[in-house]
Design a protein around this ligand. Structure first.
Ligand SMILES: Nc1ncnc2c1ncn2[C@@H]1O[C@H](COP(=O)(O)OP(=O)(O)O)[C@@H](O)[C@H]1O
Ligand SMILES: O=P(O)(O)OC[C@H](O)CO
Length: 520
């Protein structure tokens, strides 16, 4: 019976390929495009990193308060580290079953639709040049409208006013944008566009929610806000769920096409990587800035205390899930400033040793408002300040004050968050580059009066992107991810209540000195 033989042969082929898939391990490639470096990590399906590659890239500061990146350098470094990570993992490209992208958010890229060439340097999230545009919008009475529709505050941080600035300040851009010749994207869109050879111009809901253009209620780009900012809709990418198929990478990039199946802003990806899946669970990521996010489920909690309502993620076929966010603009970046600006350390890791040379700052406070202050103050005109210096102050005091400033800023946002959510956190999950610093982690627990917990995998941003991609191709579930989260170290508060209050009140005084420093 040839028919049966054919069926049997078919089963045979099926069985062999099933065995082969089990033998050749499936891997997920995560691209983590951060503010200071491009990283790529290959994970197995258990969430264990197999290989990693990282490259720093140029920061451009053309004027005080301005920060730019070269979009081509971002793409090239990201591609190189991805190729390198695959090579280091010593796996076949065909074993990579999914690719996840996570990125510095809000950073704004414009490129030519026809050629894929960027038409300007990217305006980075930290860039303050659009503060006057925000002031004008506030004077026009639009603050409440933006807040109500987008969950964000009117601040230069977000993409909307950056795009407006580009269209208004670069000759020809407005006309070209109107004709549909230009594409706008945050870094995720820029990478997707390049990875797919220009076939896909898309973003995910978490990144869209950082633009000032995405309406949380209709879950679409908002025509009224676009009108107020004078932005043509033709510029915008398509908005998709964070886990689900975006497209395939060009085969020549990695040696085989890979489905792009997870995309999220880096802070939302970290929340996912920390398995903060239920309302009230929170994490704090210590990278260039510091970003504390609390999952609020399907509820959009409106902050009364200067926090943002943001999309956490959407899994394909599921509802939008939300988070409350406190964004601190300068955290690990203050360590870079001590290294590159002052030269008092050679490597970031030296700061802990230097700071440990003194047991306190002896009253020195450093407010690193280098690009203004984010949550909960939202003061674009604040600037960096050091107060409390005496003749005995040393670089060790300054190093300690820099680390403590990271922790004080986190307390500012945690207090706001607990007030908004009407709860007290029993612990806070930590991740990001600066969490290797035990002195910082201990001081954080001390100044919060709350235990802080470092997980085994601190690259939770990339891990979150990998997990989203795993969910996107149907190989992982949230229950499996939650099970895999594991503690590496827990820091218990050891400081007395009085001391905590005394130190924190000094910080609040120092912040007052930094506020409204430059003229509007
Ligand atoms: N030992 C350390 N102590 C404090 N901060 C550190 C330490 N090592 C690195 N950092 C800081 O961590 C940041 C890098 O973290 P990362 O998560 O890679 O940031 P990003 O994703 O923003 O580029 C840098 O700002 C760096 O100064
Ligand atoms: O690059 P990071 O990790 O500092 O993250 C930047 C944030 O996404 C900005 O909103």
């Amino acid at each position: 019976m040839p028919g049966t033989a054919l069926v049997l042969a078919g089963f045979g082929v099926f069985a062999i390929s099933a065995i082969k898939t089990e033998e050749s391990m499936p891997y997920i490639l995560a691209l983590d495009q951060g503010t200071t470096s491009s990283r790529a990590i290959v994970f197995d399906l258990e969430g264990q990193p197999q290989a990693m590659a990282q490259q720093e890239f140029m920061q451009h500061f053309p004027q005080p308060g301005w920060v730019e990146h070269d979009p081509l350098e971002i793409w090239q470094t990201q591609l190189q580290v991805a190729q390198e990570a695959i090579q280091r993992a010593a796996i076949q490209p065909s074993e990579i079953v999914a690719l996840g992208i996570t990125n510095q958010r809000e950073t704004t890229v414009l490129w030519e639709r026809a050629t894929g060439k960027p038409v300007h340097r990217a305006i980075v999230w930290q860039d303050r040049r659009t503060a006057p545009i925000c002031d004008e919008l506030r004077k026009g009475g639009y603050e409440g409208l933006f807040r109500q529709k987008t969950g964000l505050v009117l601040d230069a941080y977000f993409s909307g006013t950056k795009v407006k600035w580009l269209l208004e300040n670069v000759p020809g851009f407005r006309e070209r944008a109107g004709k549909g010749e230009l594409c706008f994207g945050t870094i995720d869109s820029w990478l997707i566009y390049n990875l797919t050879g220009g076939r896909v111009h898309a973003t995910d809901v978490s990144n869209a929610s950082r633009t000032l253009l995405f309406n949380l209620h209709t879950q679409r780009w908002d025509e009224e806000l676009l009108g107020i900012l004078g932005l043509p809709k033709a510029l915008l990418p398509e908005v998709r769920p964070s886990a689900g198929l975006f497209g395939e990478t060009l085969p020549e990039l990695f040696g085989a096409p890979i489905p792009i199946a997870g995309v999220a802003g880096d802070q939302q990806a970290a929340l996912f990587g920390q398995a903060c899946f239920t309302p009230g669970m929170a994490k704090n990521t210590y990278g260039t800035g510091c970003f504390l996010l609390m999952h609020t489920g399907q509820e959009q909690v409106t902050s009364q205390n200067g926090l943002l309502t943001t999309v956490a993620w959407q899994l394909e076929g599921g509802p939008l899930e939300y988070a409350l966010e406190g964004s601190v603009f300068v955290a690990g970046a203050v360590v870079q400033w001590l290294r590159d600006g002052l030269g008092i350390i050679q490597n970031s890791s030296e700061i802990e040793h230097l700071a440990r040379q003194v047991s306190s700052t002896d009253g020195v406070y450093l407010v690193p408002a280098f690009v203004g202050l984010g949550a909960p103050y939202w003061d674009p005109y604040a600037r960096g300040t050091v107060v409390g210096l005496t003749r005995g102050s040393s670089k060790a005091h300054l190093a300690r004050a820099a680390l403590e400033a990271i922790a004080y800023q986190s307390r500012d946002v945690l207090e706001a968050m607990e007030a908004d959510a009407g709860l007290q956190l029993s612990e806070l999950r930590m991740d990001g580059g600066a969490t290797v610093n035990d002195l910082l982690m201990q001081f954080q627990a001390d100044i919060l009066g709350t235990p802080v917990v470092r997980p085994q995998v601190t690259e939770t941003t990339a891990l979150g992107a990998a997990y989203l991609a795993g969910v996107g191709v149907g190989l992982l579930t949230q229950a499996q991810i939650a099970q895999r989260w594991a503690v590496q170290k827990r820091f218990e508060p050891a400081m007395g209540q009085e001391e905590r209050a005394r130190l924190y009140s000094g910080w609040k005084k120092a912040v007052e000195r930094a506020k409204s420093w430059v003229d509007a």
